[in-house]
Write a protein that binds this ligand. Structure first.
Ligand SMILES: *[C@@H]1O[C@H](CO)[C@@H](O)[C@H](O)[C@H]1NC(C)=O
Ligand SMILES: *[C@@H]1O[C@H](CO)[C@@H](O)[C@H](O)[C@H]1NC(C)=O
Length: 202
């Protein structure tokens, strides 16, 4: 019947058009993927990016007050360094926020405003702070006296910073870097035990 004879070729023509359209889109996507790959590889070879990071350069525990009141109070100096080992790319750090804890209890919170680190250099972030008396539970107080008797007092420093790696005007890569390490101090002299505390890609 004529209507049926018309329907079948029409349907076929539509199908082949659709197949062609899909094939062309796939080809374009494949070419785009290859070009992106070549560009990324070229940029990588030219800039040889290294991840920016935060490291603990120095630390000193000046005061450690604890007692029957069940609270802990410290005075500490902490020098962090925002490092950019890239020879060709500027790096910026933002949303820097770190927490210092003793035995799982927050002792101090350290923040910093956004900062830029030029090529192949570092920017210091120096903190010298006196904490408020922090209430400790019985277990934490026990941990303080054990630490003082042993002569090594452990704190835990953790936090994040957002970094942005910039090369040229259009290339900008963002990611988070995370710091998480134990900071130990000899007591009573307060000097830091070497820790090699460095932040890592998050
Ligand atoms: C990067 O800095 C180091 C020392 O801090 C220096 O030896 C090196 O030559 C510098 N590289 C460039 C490309 O400036
Ligand atoms: C602090 O004391 C420790 C252990 O008693 C010692 O190893 C360290 O050298 C001392 N640091 C300083 C700066 O005196």
């Amino acid at each position: 019947m004529p209507p049926k004879l018309w329907h079948i070729p029409d349907h076929r023509r539509k199908t082949s058009l659709l197949v062609w359209a899909v094939a062309i889109v796939c080809a374009i996507l494949a070419i785009a993927a290859i070009i992106t790959g070549i560009v990324v590889f070229a940029v990588y070879m030219i800039y040889q990016p290294k991840m920016p990071y935060i490291k603990v350069a120095d630390a000193h525990l000046y005061q450690l007050l604890y007692g029957n009141s069940g609270s802990l109070e410290i005075e500490m100096a902490l020098s962090l360094l925002a490092e950019n080992d890239n020879n060709k790319a500027l790096t910026s750090f933002s949303d820097l926020s770190f927490i210092l804890q003793f035995h799982g209890i927050d002792v101090a919170e350290l923040r910093a405003v956004a900062l830029e680190v030029p090529k192949n250099s570092s920017t210091p972030l120096n903190y010298h702070f006196q904490s408020l008396p922090v209430p400790m539970d019985e277990e934490a107080m026990e941990a303080v006296s054990v630490a003082v008797q042993r002569g090594v007092v452990p704190f835990y420093l953790s936090g994040n910073a957002r970094t942005r790696w910039k090369a040229g005007i259009f290339l900008s890569v963002r990611f988070w870097t995370r710091l998480s390490c134990e900071l130990r101090f000899f007591w009573p002299n307060g000097s830091a035990v070497e820790s090699g505390c460095v932040s890592r890609l998050h």
